[in-house]
Design a protein around this ligand. Sequence first.
Ligand code: ATP
Ligand code: MG
Ligand code: MG
Ligand code: MG
Length: 481
Amino acid sequence: LPTSGDSIRRRFLDFYASRGHKVLPSSSLVPDDPTVLLTIAGMLQFKPIFLGKVPRQVPRATTAQRCIRTNDVENVGKTSRHHTFFEMLGNFSFGDYFKKEAIKWAWELSTIEYGLPADRLWISVYEDDDEAFAIWTKEVGVPVERIKRMGDEDNFWTSGVTGPCGPCSEIYYDFQPERGYSDVDLGDDTRFIEFYNLVFMQYNKKDDGSLEPLKQMNIDTGLGLERMARILQKVPNNYETDLIYPIIEKASELANVSYALADDHAKMNLKVIGDHLRAIVYLISDGVVPSNIGRGYVARRLIRRAVRTGRLLGIKGDGRGNPEGAFLPTIAEKVIELSSQIDPDVKSRAPRILEELKREELRFVQTLERGEKLLDEMLANALLNSNENGNGPILSGKDVFLLYDTYGFPVEITTEAAEEHGVGIDMNGFEIEMENQRRQSQAAHNAVKLAVGNGAVLTENISDTEFLGYETLSTKAVIEG
Ligand code: ATP
Ligand code: MG
Ligand code: MG
Ligand code: MG
């Protein structure tokens, strides 16, 4: 199929190969760079070249880079376009071509190679980048009404706190052109999707925040493969593309639900599984071992969230007849089946990946189940005591916090279980416990914080059973330089 994820990837690489770019393999999710926790973009493997620290091997390159962005974990399943794991297709110039070629080729790729209608495409440029604006209007012919000038947050790209950076220009697809030209917000997820970012990499951001011009002008781009697949396959979100949907189907089979008939909440949970399973398979494949520090901590959090989400969906057992078995490996097999074009090494590592997932899941489930027993006891006690003192039955803030902190029970789960038994919850008491915990962990955090390179925090200790619920996954785990 010309619109399959695999063909979109291949056509991108072929397009740039025929324009003098060397096709290079994706680098690992674990970057060779102490200032960055995980590979967040295609440019990371080329950072030393951009900075002039190592000579370029070729003037132009193109890659399909696997990426992890933990800062997008809260968006997973909520927006139509964000994943923790995704592939970024990129074309790069190391002091070779610059804005003009980058813009013209990006347009040609989008409108001719991928065949997107030109009048559906909108452009953003950095607020004072008159040069890029002029190329888009005069040379490409995009009407000025469909070009937006935007500020630092959207249109000045930096790979981290420090490092190569520059103004950028993005291409957006318009799903609702009938809404016209007034009150246009390119960040509106229902109307637009940003799919291609062209970074005009010409500065190095220093420790003190100042911008030092690089010796040469470079191009660094990123096109989200899942986003282009979503546009070309005409599905409502990235999750329903052939890159992810088979994983969701596998999960629905195990949960005995139908994605098509599921309510929004269940759909979101299925999307979380579709996303997180990809992330953890590729993380483990690239050598990350679940643990309580750094990258291992990211993997552990994603695994635990996937396990909890699966249980919420009603998945029991391994889906192969063993009610005590782990289900992550069953779904991970589907991820591995789909992996050959993303990373040809994953298949040969399958036994290790599946074993690691099984061990981690079963260990976490033990903790969860001990918590469930404890919760039952707490509820029974609450009912008993309420008969004695005449008040309605209530779970204390301390109890709710213990379940949350030690056994990984988010408050919603405890509330639901309590409601089923007609027991209330002391939310105030819980908030007080949370606040105490926050204060303590801030102190602990300050004590164990380990600054690496340009101040990026790579390791951080957490207690073995601590699980803050997934709302806080990113705040603790995003430690990108
Ligand atoms: P957004 O504004 O949608 O969050 P971004 O501006 O953060 O995207 P860039 O840093 O410009 O993204 O990355 C380049 C491209 O990579 C984006 O244009 C998009 O196609 C893709 N991309 C970025 N983040 C994600 C993600 N979390 N999931 C899937 N694709 C992504
Ligand atoms: Mg983003
Ligand atoms: Mg953006
Ligand atoms: Mg962008």
